[in-house]
Design a protein around this ligand. Sequence first.
Ligand SMILES: Cc1ncc(COP(=O)(O)O)c(C=O)c1O
Length: 417
Amino acid sequence: MDDILDGYGAYMNPSLARTYRFMGLNHAEYTGQGAVVTDADGVDYLDCAGGYGVFVQGYRHPRIVAAAHEQLDLMPLSSRVLVSPRQVELAQRLQELTPGDLSYSFFCNSGAEAVEAALKFARASTGRSLIISTEGAFHGKSYGALSVSGRDLYQTPFKPLLPDVVRIPYGDLEALQAVMSDAVAGVIVEPIQGEGGVIVPPDNYLPGIRDLCDKYGASMIVDEVQTGIGHTGKLFAIEHSGVVPDLLCLAKALGGGVMPIGAVVGRPWVWRLFDSSPLIHTSTFGGNPLACRVGRVALDVTVEEKLPERAAELGAWFIPELKQLMTRHPRLIRDVRGRGLMIGIEFTAPGVGGMVMSELFQRHVLAVYTLNNERVLRLLPPLVIEKAQLETVLSHLGAALDQVELVADDLWESTAD
Ligand SMILES: Cc1ncc(COP(=O)(O)O)c(C=O)c1O
């Protein structure tokens, strides 16, 4: 088919096809290397979207691809009767690398599945049902994960959702204090809200949640599906706070840009649900040898190539550069924020983000706005990106903003607040 979007329209999702067409996103991806994606016509794009957090180690990292090939030739999926050394290797590495006494891993295939598992573990280990979540949160779109996410648009058509979920403002410890009680099974939180618009909470927020969870015997569930594996300048964003959660959800970059994988890592006390049955929570494909082998090598590559440190260094230079663009375009940009190379640019009006995204795309730079906050363009590039490539992004972003200044008057005046 010449036009891939015709195929999207005919066979998958006509509404998505129209949206992509409207935004001019009609170029077929073909291959990728490092921080560059190449389309079917051989055009290179600098990737600052990073698959929404998947490509920390870049596209087709040679060590990770080689490990995948090797495992593919041996045993990609598990017999599920014989035991799996690949699972043990990844689980051991996660125990070594995660903070405190996070000890045990459960493997699944996606972020939403990791969140589902964490919610079940929190309920079973406390014998309670109430879950506290936050406004603007994104935890996935399966029923449990959707129930604790923070945007009505995605929830309303599917109600009733999971009962006993209370949503409070993000970053607000007083609001949390007000709803905490002996009925709370868990508090689920992202260390930096990704889809909510790259919201960095106050420094005392995560330690405050820890204290309240300890006081009331609730579990603290930290969702690092997007922040995890290096983006914020630490392997896990929670490390910036010194807090040890009870349950840590991972996915995206744990798969090294090669395989889908999800994981929940937990402290011993939340693992006691398995005492009632070792098979109380399972997944056919979860923990398959191919994904686990790749996950293990992805962690090794991230640590050995010092990718979190690289994110911290590049971010310390890049964020101030972006702030200078804000000074040049106060009419368009309201805020630039983030940590390491997880960065959000908040615009003054809805719609500006989409226009900037489209202008960037025409200049062959990939960036997307956040799912729960369309005002915020998110930059989440592979951590192997070169400084020179980020300089190119800066100059294209400057040109894109100049262009939007010219054409956005009407939109801006009608919608800015
Ligand atoms: C913080 C967070 N949690 C969970 C998810 C859901 O992950 P998945 O799309 O793999 O189900 C996402 C996806 O963007 C996410 O950003």
